[in-house]
Write a protein that binds this ligand. Structure first.
Ligand code: 9MR
Length: 463
């Protein structure tokens, strides 16, 4: 009897124990699955993949065109799948999709996996939005100029450039033909013809003309580099140049980059240029003062004077130095605006970095010119053709930039200028410094003058 009782106790103990183990299994939270990169990506689908989750009986697959999954591709809203992969079909070519999964038992559903981004191959077949940029930019609450960097050779009436410029752009900047090394051939001797052609084109066609740039260390004419006079005489040459050019274009050029890129890339110090060496630390302020005096003397009291520089959104010591330079220029009451070149990439700067940078200019009451926008997609030289993936990220990056610009207060808006028309003519694939010669697609038009998705991205940024 005693033994029988003991056996009952032991079996009760074991059965209780095993029961509580099963209970634990059910109560355990289902592990979150990990989604993997897709396989077999084609024009209308791909194979979505993920890792096994123990105890799961099936998986729920979501596919969306939005990273936040606020809409779903038909049939892919929590689609039950019993395998560890699913061939997703019926999609559009050349389009961005996202997928994620959850694991499922009879009673439980796990959290969402990571989100996988995939771009189908081929072309979407969805035409780009043909709306003209300036037409849409003129309709926003606080319009601004949409600018293009141009060369005089592109201005022949009836050429594709001419047609696109007149349709789409409300401002022009000379890509290089209004720089000192192009205009100044000797002390007091000027070659106006090419620059005059550019300015006249803008004036005749009702397009704003932004002057780029009076003083830049990379565009110093040979005679001035070799100038053998004293430092004071060197400064007088610079003063004479600024005075003569501003006077020549008074009333015709609406704004000038007075000094370009005076701040160094390291340690937030002044760039060690011939101007700094010959004219001293106050040279930027002097140049602005001379430009302002010349404009006033010519009766052009509305001329806007800009300081222009690059990479200030990511290089904080440089950003700080630019803004301290700006403070000096503001104290002297000689600056109207700041040019942010924005030679960006599909990864950088981030939205937050750009906003922080621009907002500092807003806080100082300056006009803001996004003055040389282009967006590289191959800075690591890791692609040989312009992939759909990069095309769509570039589109999103253009949209982001335009959205940020369009949201600026009315008093701070001026122009957003794109640095070149066709991809194949951009300075980027030619730059040996940038190290991916011949291989980038940074602009709004392809080599056939066809609008790219980046152009549609620009338009969407105005919504
Ligand atoms: O894109 C411009 C290229 O065509 C010229 O050869 C070069 C020298 O004049 O200048 C390039 O533009 C630069 C601009 O004037 C200042 N910021 C950097 C731009 C790219 O180098």
């Amino acid at each position: 009897m005693k033994i029988k009782f003991l056996l009952v106790l032991v079996s009760l103990f074991f059965s209780l124990n095993s029961c509580s183990k099963e209970d634990n299994d059910v109560a355990e939270t289902l592990e979150t699955p990990t989604a993997n990169a897709p396989k077999d990506v084609n024009d209308n689908g791909f194979k979505a993949k993920w890792n096994y989750v123990s105890n799961s009986k099936s998986y729920l697959l979501d596919v969306s065109t939005s990273e936040n999954f606020d809409t779903f591709v038909a049939n892919y809203n929590a689609k039950p799948v019993t395998d560890l992969n699913e061939v997703v079909v019926g999609l559009l070519g050349g389009t961005q999709y996202y997928y994620r999964v959850r694991a499922k038992t009879e009673t439980e559903i796990s959290d969402y996996s990571n989100v996988i981004s995939v771009v189908t191959t081929g072309s979407s077949g969805i035409p780009e939005d043909p709306t003209f940029l300036k037409v849409k930019a003129n309709k926003v609450a606080n319009p601004f100029f949409v600018g293009m960097a141009i060369k005089a050779s592109q201005l022949t009436t009836g050429s594709p450039y001419d047609i696109i410029l007149k349709n789409e752009f409300s401002s022009i900047s000379a890509e290089y033909e209004m720089k000192m090394d192009q205009i100044s051939t000797a002390s007091g001797v000027y070659n106006w013809s090419v620059a005059d052609k550019i300015v006249a084109y803008g004036n005749t066609n009702g397009i704003n003309v932004h002057g780029h740039a009076l003083v830049w260390h990379n565009a110093v004419p040979q005679w001035l580099k070799n100038f053998s006079g004293t430092d004071a005489e060197f400064a007088l040459e610079v003063k004479k140049y600024i005075t003569d050019v501003v006077t020549h274009y008074a009333g015709k050029v609406k704004s000038w980059d007075v000094v370009n890129e005076a701040v160094d890339d390291t340690d937030g110090k002044m760039r060690n240029t011939i101007f700094l060496q010959r004219m001293g630390a106050n040279y930027v302020k002097d140049c602005f003062q001379w430009a302002k005096n010349a404009a006033n003397a010519a009766g052009d009291t509305k001329l806007l004077l800009f300081y222009n520089d690059y990479a200030t959104s990511t290089n904080i010591p440089k950003q700080d130095k630019v803004f301290s330079l700006v403070d000096d220029l503001k104290t002297a009451n000689v600056i109207d605006g700041l040019g942010f070149q924005m030679h960006n990439t599909y990864l950088s700067p981030t939205k937050a970095q750009i906003e922080t940078d621009l907002n500092k200019a807003v806080a100082k009451g300056l006009k803001i010119h996004v003055s040389e926008l282009d967006i590289q997609v191959n800075q690591f030289n890791d692609i040989t053709t312009f992939t759909n993936e990069r095309r769509l990220v570039q589109k999103a990056k253009y949209k982001e930039m335009v959205k940020i610009y369009n949201a600026l207060p009315v008093a701070n808006k001026y122009a957003l200028t794109i640095w070149g028309m066709r991809d194949n003519e951009s300075w980027i694939p030619y730059s040996t410094d940038l190290n991916h010669v011949g291989n980038d697609w940074p602009l709004l038009y392809d080599s056939n003058f066809a609008i790219k998705s980046s152009h549609t991205g620009f338009l969407e940024g105005l919504d």
